[in-house]
Design a protein around this ligand. Structure first.
Ligand code: SF4
Ligand code: SF4
Length: 460
């Protein structure tokens, strides 16, 4: 039974002045799919932490419906609070017997808030500097990460930590979240991996964080794909996928990036587009929905989305070369929400890990419960993100595993920070990093099984 007492108390303003209007209105038909059964409630992290109906998927859908029907003002602060307290983890969607498409509904609700709700100057400035500017052009993002890399390697990082300046500038958490950046960025259009006898061709989606902070993982994916008979390149001209923008209600900017990516990959034929980040993969697979009202791009977006495959999804669907090198280690697997719930990919990463000789895979409790990363949630909603991160770290530590494996950069950073806060320095790895090591890594690649071409194109 819906807790209507706490929800109806929100309907305090009978003179509703603002309702959904303009672009990106939550689809009324999708809202009516909810039959209020409550089956989604136990899977929802915010409901589990708060026990409040308004903080549950059913409660939030009820709030959206109330705005649609003119019973709740769009600008009511509680509506804003609930739309952004949600992690958009989509665990509710995966268990819903009515097939409610919760993700598109909460994303459209946020887009409505950003169109109609006046934000204070500091919030608008924060969005411009933190969200719009760095992600609008991959070259900018790359320059930013290269500066962070220099900061980490120059000794400035330990100086800043010792002096406490990071605390004064409120950058302590953000700084702690970025792992040591080991490799130089992977610039799209400059590297490819080609086996001697290529059976298939694939194109790597490079991403913003994956091509910079986790460039080594993208290169590992290229090597693993080549080891499995794929000629793999990284098409030039691609940009950030737009997932962070979609989650923050910045739909026009997300559409701009989507059009650039579609154009870039169309130039390279119709082969599969391989993704190493669960969040990017989920966004790329939904370009058709994002561009549904754009007659010039809708069909092309649908065609592009059909090409998109998570790296573990693609590898597991084809014959996989058995890895030779033993990895005698116990690992546990953390399911990224946008892989397990949005893309429904759960078994493939586990199956791939089990192929590694000597590797012992143990399951943690609540492996599919959100770790609290959720895009930039762990930056803007620290309290709840930390609570989820601590819970996740506890579950991981309880397995007594030596390493934790995941498939999304946001999760990797959140897991590392949460484990550290809970006294563990357990390594966090990507599925393809584990496979790459078991195939012999870059050394094996260079020994002649396949060629690595770093000069194929100089266009970025
Ligand atoms: S499981 Fe689906 S139908 Fe049931 S309350 Fe949740 S969203 Fe509504
Ligand atoms: S997306 Fe996640 S946090 Fe949001 S309502 Fe659904 S289960 Fe809860």
């Amino acid at each position: 039974m819906v807790d209507t007492v706490s929800l109806t108390s929100l309907l305090k303003n009978p003179d509703v002045a603002h309702t959904f209007s303009g672009a990106d209105v939550p689809d009324d038909d999708l809202l009516h799919d909810c039959v209020h059964c409550g089956m989604c409630l136990p899977t929802c992290p915010t409901y589990r932490l708060t026990g409040q109906e308004a903080s549950s998927p059913r409660g939030r859908l009820w709030l959206m419906k109330s705005v649609t029907e003119g019973r709740l003002d769009l600008l009511d602060p509680e509506f804003d609070e609930q739309m952004y307290q949600c992690l958009n983890c989509r665990a509710c969607e995966a268990v819903c017997p009515s097939g409610v498409q919760y993700g598109p509904l909460v994303e459209a609700s946020r887009a409505q808030l950003e169109q109609h709700r006046p934000r204070p100057l500091w919030q608008r400035a924060g969005r411009k500097v933190g969200m719009e500017w760095p992600f609008a052009d991959i070259r900018r993002f790359r320059a930013l990460v290269s500066t962070i890399r220099l900061y980490q390697r120059s000794g400035l990082a330990s100086f800043a930590r010792k002096t406490g300046i990071l605390r004064v500038l409120r950058l302590e958490t953000l700084e702690a979240m970025v792992p040591p950046i080991q490799e130089k960025p992977l610039v799209s259009g400059t590297e490819s991996w080609t086996p001697q006898h290529a059976e298939r061709t694939v194109h790597l989606f490079n991403g913003c964080i994956m091509s910079t902070v986790f460039a080594g993982t993208n290169r590992a994916a290229g090597r693993v794909l080549a080891h499995n008979g794929c000629s793999c390149d990284v098409p030039a001209g691609q940009q950030c996928c737009g997932a962070l923008q979609i989650h923050s209600g910045m739909m026009d900017e997300a559409r701009r990036l989507a059009r650039i990516n579609i154009d870039s990959f169309e130039r390279f034929g119709t082969d599969p587009v391989i993704v190493t980040a669960a969040g990017c993969g989920a966004a790329l697979k939904e370009y058709g929905h994002l561009l549904k009202d754009d007659p010039a791009y809708h069909d092309r977006a649908e065609a592009f989305s059909h090409r998109v495959k998570d790296v573990s999804e693609y590898l597991a669907a084809n014959p996989v070369q058995p890895p030779r090198n033993a990895e005698p280690v116990t690992v546990t697997y953390q399911e990224p929400c946008h892989l397990a719930h949005a893309q429904r990919i759960t078994e493939q990463p586990r199956d791939l890990l089990r192929k590694v000789p000597g590797l012992n895979l143990v399951e943690m409790r609540e492996s599919s419960l959100c770790c609290g990363s959720a895009g930039i949630y762990n930056v803007i909603r620290r309290e709840m993100a930390d609570e989820l991160g601590d819970r996740k770290a506890g579950n991981i530590i309880d397995t007594k595993a030596e390493q934790v494996v995941t498939a999304n950069p946001g999760c990797a950073m959140q897991l590392r920070t949460s484990l550290k806060r809970n006294g563990s320095s357990m390594p966090v790895r990507h599925v393809v990093d584990v496979l790459d090591a078991a195939y012999g890594g870059e050394a094996a690649a260079r020994s002649g099984t396949w060629a690595i071409d770093r000069e194929r194109s100089s266009v970025s």
